[in-house]
Design a protein around this ligand. Structure first.
Ligand SMILES: [Fe+2]
Length: 183
């Protein structure tokens, strides 16, 4: 397996850890239990600032090369592009509404719970399709030189939460992730 695919899969595993935290807090919110709203807002801040800003554009580059090498993959690749756009919009919306909730605005909780549930479901389905279909297809048609030039581009865009340097913004979120990992 090449390092580009490795990085994408690592990002997906990290994303799954965050989706599980969203599910846990969303269940608390639904049942009227204590909900760690700042945690939810940190997670959404991360989604807006790493996957939507770096991970998806990097994947877009991989799939753009695939489309060039294998034009029959165009429809699937275009579908993926549009999902990346939709996911970025959904992340922005959820970040905004979570911050409103944090600021004690009267936010309809049931609607927010449903919105989070849809987000988690769509995210998982999307990552599964990339891992099961798109990445194996890319591995078949991309050449060694393609991966090499993609690798260079992947060197930028360090992960501010799971990468080598933890950004101050994500310190509390990181502690929660570590505590979960130790369970
Ligand atoms: Fe992805």
């Amino acid at each position: 397996m090449n390092s580009v695919i490795n990085r994408i899969q690592q990002d997906h595993q990290n994303t799954e850890r965050l989706l599980q935290l969203i599910e846990r807090e969303t269940a608390h919110l639904e049942h009227g239990d204590f909900t760690n709203v700042p945690l939810l807002s940190d997670i959404m801040h991360y989604f807006v600032n790493y996957p939507d800003l770096y991970h998806h554009p990097l994947e877009d580059q991989v799939f753009a090369v695939m489309k060039k090498r294998d034009p029959s993959s165009a429809a699937k690749v275009d579908q993926l592009y549009s999902e990346h756009v939709q996911m970025a919009e959904a992340s922005e919306g959820l970040l905004e509404r979570t911050m409103e909730l944090q600021g004690n605005a009267v936010t309809p909780r049931g609607k927010l719970v449903q919105e989070f549930r849809d987000y988690v479901r769509q995210y998982r389905a999307h990552m599964n399709r990339e891992e099961q279909e798109l990445l194996p297809a890319a591995e078949k048609v991309l050449e060694a030189a393609d991966w090499k030039s993609l690798e260079k581009q992947f060197a930028t865009g360090a992960d501010p939460l799971f990468g080598q340097i933890l950004q101050r913004q994500y310190q509390s979120l990181y502690k929660v992730i570590m505590a979960e990992a130790g369970k």
